[in-house]
Design a protein around this ligand. Structure first.
Ligand code: PLP
Length: 362
């Protein structure tokens, strides 16, 4: 019997989505971004599904260590790099690659007495305004890193896009130009493109690409869904009706009584809530599939439950299946209803939700 709330993961879809990465970037090496528990899909399971990629990327040292302890031999880049000398020691011990983006990290590399060799990605801030060195300091930082005994030469050079999901924003072209100008004449492999770069900005492809969200079958663009881009969604989120009842005109539903019933209505309670990662700010009207048919969310999302209007599903009864996102209801659409991006929905699925791997008939 299925638990109340569970997510089904299609691992064949991960492989398919990787093939789409290769299709768009046939000459690039792939650094699969599997940080944040592989965007909520389960770190080790997704790493296994992607075992033949050239490298993995995670955000934190701990995530990399978890992969190494599980036996993965691929290169693993830590996108935030080390935050102190102790973490640098761990990087060396577990042979994890580090992004170097700050003077603090550079000074640690210059002064440490640790021994070993660390592969490094030097990060240029071309306009994201987050991690990375400014263009005007890049050359001097590059020279300093060149002299660090600990750093494997030549090291990689990378940047990250701020607005590649907006095809009408020329910021991406400016970022590409600044990157090219700044790294001209420097040796080392180059990397710029995230999913939106891979799918939308061919001119951003270099030696390495860094796909994240597209590997999970989700579109990085606000105006499309993964399927329209040839991707296959990996995650479906399901639950079931645990109560069905009639409410009358004038009755209110949920915390704060924010939804008032206008006519006699058949109401369903679905066992899913923000405690499972369903978005608290999903608005009334957000579609939910009950027995495969769309019904609207009514009232506020609670920790463990949501309420839906079952008027278009007159035969629905307790125990019937409900899908929060999946076939027929893209996660991208649910994200729009909740004023968020699909990244937050898949990443936000909590430990209470059982993750089940889809069984394919051979
Ligand atoms: C440095 C870096 N590269 C690549 C990615 C992957 O981005 P996306 O999931 O949009 O493909 C991320 C994700 O945030 C990132 O921080």
């Amino acid at each position: 019997m299925n638990p109340a709330a569970y997510a089904v993961l299609d691992l064949d879809a991960v492989q398919h989505n990787l093939s789409i990465v290769h299709h768009y970037a046939p000459n690039a090496k792939v650094m699969a971004v599997i940080k944040a528990n592989a965007y909520g899909h389960g770190l080790l399971r997704i790493a296994e599904a992607l075992h033949d990629v050239d490298a993995f990327a995670v955000a934190r040292v701990d995530e990399g260590i978890r992969l190494r302890k599980a036996g993965f031999k691929n290169r693993i880049a830590v996108l935030e790099g080390f935050t102190c000398v102790e973490e640098l020691a761990e990087l060396l011990h577990y042979q994890l690659d580090s992004v170097v983006h700050s003077l603090t990290q550079l000074e640690i590399l210059e002064t440490t007495t640790l021994k070993g060799v660390c592969a490094v990605w030097l990060k240029l801030d071309t306009g994201m305004g987050r991690l990375g060195f400014r263009a005007k300091e890049f050359s001097s930082v590059y020279q300093r890193l060149n002299r660090c005994a600990l750093v494997k030469q030549p090291f990689g050079l990378m940047t990250h896009f701020a607005s590649a999901d907006d095809m009408n924003d020329d910021k991406t072209l400016k970022q590409i130009k600044l990157f090219d100008e700044t790294v001209a004449g420097l040796s080392g492999e180059l990397s710029m493109a995230n999913s939106a770069g891979i799918l939308g900005w061919e001119q951003s492809l270099r030696d390495w690409v860094r796909p994240g969200i597209m590997l999970y079958g989700v579109s990085p663009f606000p105006d499309s869904i993964g399927r329209q881009l040839g991707l296959k969604p990996v995650m479906e989120l399901h639950s079931k009706l645990i109560a069905v009842k009639q409410i009358d005109a004038g009755d209110t539903v949920g915390y704060g009584g924010s939804w008032t019933c206008e006519k006699t209505t058949k109401l369903g309670v679905v066992a899913i809530g923000y405690g499972d990662g369903y978005p608290r700010y999903a608005k009334a009207g957000t579609p939910v599939l009950v027995n495969g048919g769309r019904v609207p969310l009514i009232g506020r999302v609670s920790m463990d439950m949501i309420t839906v209007d079952l008027d278009t599903q007159p035969d629905a009864k307790s125990g019937d299946p409900a899908t929060l996102w999946g076939e027929g209801l893209p996660v991208e659409e649910v994200a729009l209803w909740a004023d968020t991006i699909p990244y937050t929905l898949v990443c936000g699925v909590t430990q209470r939700v059982r993750l089940v791997e889809k069984q394919h008939s051979s």
